[in-house]
Design a binder for this molecule. Sequence first.
Ligand code: BYC
Ligand code: FE
Ligand code: FE
Length: 483
Amino acid sequence: MSAIENVSYDTLIPNNVGLSSDRRVLKALEKWHPGYINWWNELIPQKFQRSPVYLRTAVSVDPKGWAKFDYVKMPEYRWGVLLAPQVEGRKIPCGEHAGEPAWQEVPGEYRALMRRLIVIQGDTEPASVEQQKHLALTAPSLYDMRNLFQINVEEGRHLWAMVYLLHKYFGADGRDEADDLLRRSSGSEEAPRMLGAFNEATPDWLSFFMFTYFTDRDGKMQLESLAQSGFDPLSRTCRFMLTEEAHHMFVGETGVGRIIERTCEAMKAAGIDDPYDIERIRKLGVIDLPTIQKKLNLHYTLSLDLFGQEVSTNAANAFNAGIKGRYMETRIDDDHKLNHATYRVAGLENGHIVYRDVPALTAINMRLRDDYSKDAAGGVGRWNKIIEKAGIKFEMKLPHEAFNRKIGVFANQQFDIDGKLVDGATYDRGLKDWLPTHADGEYIQSLMKPNYEAGQYASWIAAPKVSIDNKPGDFEYVKLHMT
Ligand code: BYC
Ligand code: FE
Ligand code: FE
């Protein structure tokens, strides 16, 4: 099989996997397709479904020039199955099979483990679209609305990516799992999404930007780890997904940055130096920096939970089997088997945080989470540059890893934002300064009014520095169908 870079449009489902000559899988996907379209149509308000949106669609998997931009109504978006080109002679990069040729089929003994990881990955993609389904109603601009929809259609495509693997490689159980991906739904009582953060609400645009900065970045890290898989089709699909993921995190980072920029600008214009003078700052119709920090605390800690337990036999098994690797596995200078290596993980002893070395194989989740935290710190530094440039004394920070956790050694303990274990009264008093309160939520909600004039932006967010596809500042990114 050779690498097919161009996407073929000869079936209902655009693809570069030769679907037109794979009748069984093509039929299975065509059968799954109406349920997907139904799900999409019922999810996003109708007026947006009828509006042409200036979207990019993948036409090739070549990293240079894979996308074509044009107006498209979302239900007509060509979701497709796209794998990065096959690397000739690729080897399994880690675990007990390290150095053996990568698998083109799923080895029988790893079927269940592999299926579970693919299902979890697949479950998060539609969940995020569900969480974001109401946001267009309050979009601060057409530019932002377009970015939301771009992310939504791509998360939809990521679901397709996992559904393809399930249908192609997992037979009847794969088919059932693919159906279940449309049966569960975010926040549902009877059939919730699988991971915690994907059942939380995304009630406003600040949350959306924090989510795409922090939670899509978990997506990036998990995809990086699955891109190292010895199962080559999974690796290839994740490699192409990663090229799309970069835009999602860009939207998050610049979105938060533009909110911070606008706040600082309004404070300066009003002669307010004190970032904690919240009442006066809110009168300006912008979001005060301490509230932005609280949202950051929430979304970062929810995202840390997505890495699972610090010490995990599931993760050890997956790594050892060669099903997933570490971040940048092939660039790490060690034996890639971890039979004797150790890794430092946090634990709790008599209310104190202690760090100890454990077998590195069991600490795969912790290591990925550490890599994630380093990656996430970059944007926070760039946000601080914006504040500093405005001459305001305030610094955004990532909270301590022990704060507000629901998974892992720190779960459900009363750690403060700096990682100090505090008594109940102190914790209760502190919470209002650490996490968004209902009052904060109501204030932010009061700002969430749609702004649908091309080239204009809501009071609480600055215009972007760069446009999409080099379009002029007043470009109509969404041609709104108003009824
Ligand atoms: N919530 O041994 P552990 C994305 C469960 S985001 C609920 O640590 P493991 C995206 C766990 O399932 C990326 N349950 O587990 C972003 C296990 O249950 P069982 C999504 C949790 O497997 C934005 C038990 O606790 N992809 O793409 O090592 C927009 C023991 O835990 C949670 C992936 O995550 C939780 N947070 O680690 C759109 C990749 N955490 O089996 C998209 C695939 C743990 O004992 N997933 N549990 O019943 C994995 O690699 C792993 O399953 C996890 C968990 C990292 C999630
Ligand atoms: Fe995704
Ligand atoms: Fe994403």
